[in-house]
Design a protein around this ligand. Structure first.
Ligand code: SF4
Length: 337
């Protein structure tokens, strides 16, 4: 069976973009692949190194969301709890030419885009090496990625080829991309949906918050009065209908183009759709939270949620690392002799 490795950085509440861009796909992959889903907290530290206090809390919330969305807890693990990630990244860093990292197309782009944080760090330049270590530790041969991450996966493949060439070893399979369609969902203000823009509908939002956010959404700018015919294809609310309630799309187009309903009513109607859509996830969230009542500390809560997944991942990672050390002639000779 093909093996999949994927992960997310625990940097804040998950929103609809995470569901459409990754989680929906992960839930399906579990049926046909052996899956490892990683809470990428070391990657989160890359951006949050000045203020790491929230990473644990965000990890717990993210895992609750994942399980509520249908991810099997035994497929989940926490990256920083398996020290082999850092160890293998260090070793791969020794053989990765600096030029490969400097020409990473997202490196300079993100340096420009991310404001308010100093990312001129060794960790930021080297994070594709950590990503390669994540994939290699599990010998994953399939990696779900969006088009914008293909360059990173290619870098992982280049590192594997170099490892093969240097050590005459075929330990690692070259992973293939499972291309995931980029989520087309925009935020409530029509910019990319993002926590940092404050324009996201979160999976954990209350009914009241969902309704408020949807009422604030920008609609067809040319429709001034309810009696003006609208242009649904220029309206963000209409695009949400097409993603979350396909059977209503025909009716909404009719309401809009024939001015049968005003935007306020149309948005009210969509709020109900969204609340219904998120209700099962939120109900499951509550059940998980109830089952964690004794886990007052984050570490206890994490253990309760993903203990089995953690053990499973750790076993595979330790096995791979031991093979790597043999190849590099760094097997644990002090302990063995
Ligand atoms: S009626 Fe609905 S689809 Fe049409 S512009 Fe208003 S919110 Fe958008």
């Amino acid at each position: 069976m093909d093996r999949v490795l994927s992960g997310m950085r625990p940097t804040g509440p998950l929103h609809l973009g995470h569901w459409l861009g990754a989680l929906e796909n992960w839930v399906r992959l579990q049926e046909t692949h052996e899956c490892f889903f990683m809470v990428a907290d070391l990657h989160a530290l890359m951006g949050e190194y000045e203020n790491p206090a929230d990473i644990r809390k965000n990890s717990v919330e993210m895992i609750v969301d994942w399980i509520a969305c249908g991810i099997n807890p035994s497929n989940i693990f926490i990256q920083s709890e398996i020290s082999e990630h850092a160890e293998l990244a260090l070793m791969l860093g020794m053989l990765t030419p600096l030029g490969w990292l400097e020409r990473n197309p997202t490196y300079k782009e993100q340096l420009r885009e991310i404001q308010g944080r100093d990312l001129t760090t060794y960790g930021f330049l080297g994070y594709p090496v950590l990503q390669a270590a994540d994939i290699l530790l599990y010998k994953a041969n399939k990696v779900p990625v969006g088009e914008d991450q293909l360059a990173h996966l290619e870098l992982t493949r280049e590192i594997i080829r170099r490892f093969r060439h240097l050590y005459k070893s075929s330990l690692f399979p070259e992973p293939e991309a499972l291309l995931t369609k980029a989520s087309k969902i925009l935020g409530t203000d029509r910019r990319k949906m993002s926590k940092s823009y404050g324009n996201a509908i979160n999976l954990s939002d209350s009914e009241q918050a969902i309704k408020k956010k949807i009422q604030s959404m920008i609609t067809d700018p040319a429709r001034i009065k309810a009696s003006d015919p609208g242009h649904p294809d220029s309206c963000n609310v209409f695009s949400y209908y097409s993603m979350f309630s396909r059977d209503l799309v025909h009716d909404v187009r009719d309401w809009c183009t024939n001015a049968k309903k005003g935007c306020t009513d149309c948005k009210k109607n969509f709020s109900d759709v969204m609340v219904d859509f998120l209700r099962p996830v939120q109900k499951k969230r509550e059940e998980i939270r109830d089952s964690m009542k004794d886990g007052t500390r984050y570490n206890v809560a994490l253990k309760m949620l993903v203990g089995a997944g953690q053990q499973r991942a750790e076993k595979v990672a330790k096995g791979t690392m031991s093979e790597v050390k043999k190849i590099l002639n760094m097997n644990q000779w002090i302990h063995e002799n």
